[in-house]
Design a protein around this ligand. Structure first.
Ligand code: DC
Length: 232
């Protein structure tokens, strides 16, 4: 289990809710470590491809999940941490649509989730952790000191994704993205293993009509109300 003396903040929610941004800002503000659990599933998808492991070979995937050589390097400039696979910087390659889709396949196997359970818990070290994912408050850190479920309407999340893709020069249809987001929500919330659902004692924050600063301030309020104190 986890060390009870280390404060853990569990932030779960669907993609496009702004979790990644908020978790990193919150971790920086509190002086805590940051766990991007989605990156672990993405790294496994990438490692599987590189080692020639087919995405239906569950046992091999679980072995790879338990042993893959990964590390996160914090950036001094406050940017996202660098993600390394076998010493190579894969921060941008793990963000591709293909790796995202491979990640969602491997993340559906209970054996893979089990293999990554202790690796995720190992991130809970002093002075504290902000854990970002889908099952942080329900499965990985059920005893977390503060739990937040950050969400936004499917239209708003599709709109945010649309802007990102347009900025990257990709041509996409907004209607198709809304449809895609809704389908993914249904799949994520109804999957038998670690479905995306708020923990019983999570505070639900809907960021649809909120700025990043407003979400950050509300999150900080929740954290402080739960007795967690910043390091600096
Ligand atoms: O948040 P993300 O897009 O980087 O996540 C990548 C995939 O991993 C996505 O399909 C959801 C899945 N995931 C999960 O099942 N459990 C987590 N704790 C984090 C991500």
């Amino acid at each position: 289990m986890t060390d009870k003396s280390v404060p853990v903040i569990a932030i779960d929610g669907p993609s496009g809710s702004g979790k990644g941004t908020i978790c990193q800002l919150l971790a920086a503000k509190l002086g805590f470590h940051y766990l991007d659990s989605g990156a672990l599933y993405r790294l496994l998808g990438l490692a599987a491809k590189r080692h020639g492991v087919e995405l239906d070979k569950v046992e091999s995937l679980a072995v790879l999940a338990a042993h893959m050589d990964i590390s996160f390097r914090m950036n001094e400039d406050g940017d996202s941490p660098k993600v390394l696979l076998e010493g190579e910087d894969v921060s941008s390659s793990i963000r591709s649509e293909q790796v995202g889709s491979d990640a969602s396949i491997v993340a559906a196997y209970p054996e893979v989730r089990e293999a990554l359970l202790q690796r995720q818990r190992a991130f809970a070290v002093a002075p504290g952790l902000v854990a970002d994912g889908r099952d942080m408050g329900t499965v990985i850190f059920p005893g977390a000191d503060a739990k937040i479920f950050l969400t936004a309407s499917p239209e708003e999340r599709a709109q945010r994704r649309y802007k990102q893709l347009i900025d990257k020069g990709e041509s996409v249809s907004l209607a198709a993205l809304v449809d895609q987001v809704q389908k993914r929500d249904e799949r994520d919330m109804s999957r038998p293993v670690s479905p995306l659902v708020p923990a019983d004692n999570a505070v639900i924050l809907d960021s649809s009509q909120m700025s990043i600063d407003e979400v950050l301030n509300s999150s900080l309020e929740i954290v402080i109300k739960n007795g967690i104190r910043p390091q600096h």
